[in-house]
Write a protein that binds this ligand. Structure first.
Ligand SMILES: NC(=O)c1ccc[n+]([C@@H]2O[C@H](COP(=O)([O-])OP(=O)(O)OC[C@H]3O[C@@H](n4cnc5c(N)ncnc54)[C@H](OP(=O)(O)O)[C@@H]3O)[C@@H](O)[C@H]2O)c1
Length: 327
């Protein structure tokens, strides 16, 4: 019914936090979407400002002026802590919600019923949901890379998975920070949140436990002097050597429109501005225990945020999952 209706008129969707990096990406995707149109776009300090997003001029309204009741679906691209109250308000106004913040994700302690929107893992739950907790950017890159190993029990019991990942600076959001000034970031490369202190660790570990894995995770993010993109290099101890190394990924992701399992090592340029994750795996030579190196790459603002949110939004609205998404 909704699919038919969308052929006749576009479904109204709203974006809270539309002046931020994730929100602007969402507005640009919505502008080019065949089945939805922008009902409102909110900002906080930048309320009243205008921007051209996806070729359309948008005026940011104050959150209190956003007509939640006119939207079939609301994307909340608000900061952690500020988002969950708006999820509740949007639900009370009758809209479905995709929350891009960490407020409702696994490991957050939230009790609100919201499936985890790692679409390739939770597609059926997302389809029948009213609220979806969109995954974090690093967890998207890491969990989609690990999923085929975790669900098959191929990781060495009690083993330690080590993730070295690097993100472009849009991952930190639009709020100005001295350590993110061009002169501080350009021509440099550095880790942050060292010693397992990054907030995404709880989300990744919670999902790994749900999948039955007891592995430890060491997660070391790095700041990369580019605007967008995440590349994760993951060392995995195996229970036993794999005869066909890529078989778990090819089997798990057969027919998936946004997952590319490749023989060559992924690079950011393969994935930037696309709603895809590109993954490979290689056996590690010269070590005593069977070990794999898994590499995955995403655009943090597309598959890691707005693109995946729209993928989930399409499912919530009964639209084609791939509609309006750059493959
Ligand atoms: N950036 C990424 O790569 C990425 C990836 C995955 C998930 N996420 C998540 O997506 C959300 C947005 O991230 P972002 O990077 O786009 O952040 P951002 O660039 O800092 O944008 C935040 C947005 O929220 C608005 N805002 C801030 N405080 C507010 C408040 N108290 N009430 C209402 N609106 C408020 C801002 O308006 P003003 O511009 O007017 O201040 C802006 O529109 C976060 O929860 C983040 O964790 C981000």
């Amino acid at each position: 019914m909704i699919v038919y209706a969308s052929l006749v008129h576009k479904l109204p969707v709203g974006v809270l936090g539309a002046s931020g990096y994730a929100g602007r990406e969402l507005c640009a995707l919505i502008a080019r979407h065949p089945g939805v149109e922008l009902a409102f776009a909110s900002a906080n300090e930048r309320r009243g400002e205008r921007a051209v997003l996806g070729g359309r001029e948008v005026t940011f309204v104050a959150p209190d002026d956003a007509r939640l009741d006119r939207a079939a679906l609301v994307f909340s691209a608000l900061p952690h802590g500020a988002s969950s109250a708006w999820v509740t308000r949007a639900r009370e106004a009758g809209a479905k919600v995709v929350d891009l913040s960490a407020d409702l994700r696994p490991g957050s302690g939230s009790t609100m019923a919201a499936p985890y929107g790692l679409t390739e893992l939770e597609r059926e739950a997302v389809q029948s949901a009213d609220v979806v907790a969109n995954p974090g950017c690093y967890p998207t890159a890491v969990l989609l890379a690990l999923l085929p190993l975790l669900v098959r029990g191929l990781v060495a019991p009690g083993g330690t998975i080590s993730v070295v990942a690097a993100s472009g600076v849009t991952g930190a959001g639009f709020t100005p920070r001295h350590d993110l000034l061009f002169a501080e970031v350009a021509e440099d490369y550095r880790p942050y949140a060292v010693g397992n202190t990054h907030r995404h660790l709880a989300e990744m570990t919670a999902v790994m436990r749900r999948l039955g894995s007891d592995a430890d995770l060491i997660f070391t993010p790095h700041l990369l002097p580019v605007a967008r993109g995440i590349l994760a290099t993951i060392t995995v101890p195996l229970a036993a050597p794999l005869a066909d190394v890529l078989a778990p990924w090819r089997e798990q992701y057969a027919g998936e429109p946004f997952i590319e399992v490749v023989d060559s090592v992924p690079a950011l340029r393969d994935v930037v501005r696309r709603n895809v994750v590109r993954i490979t795996a290689k056996p590690v030579a010269g070590v005593r225990s069977p070990t794999l190196l898994v590499v995955s790459a995403i655009d943090n603002l597309v598959k890691g945020a707005a693109g995946q949110a729209l993928q989930n939004g399409n499912l919530l609205l009964g639209l084609e999952e791939t509609a309006g998404l750059p493959a």
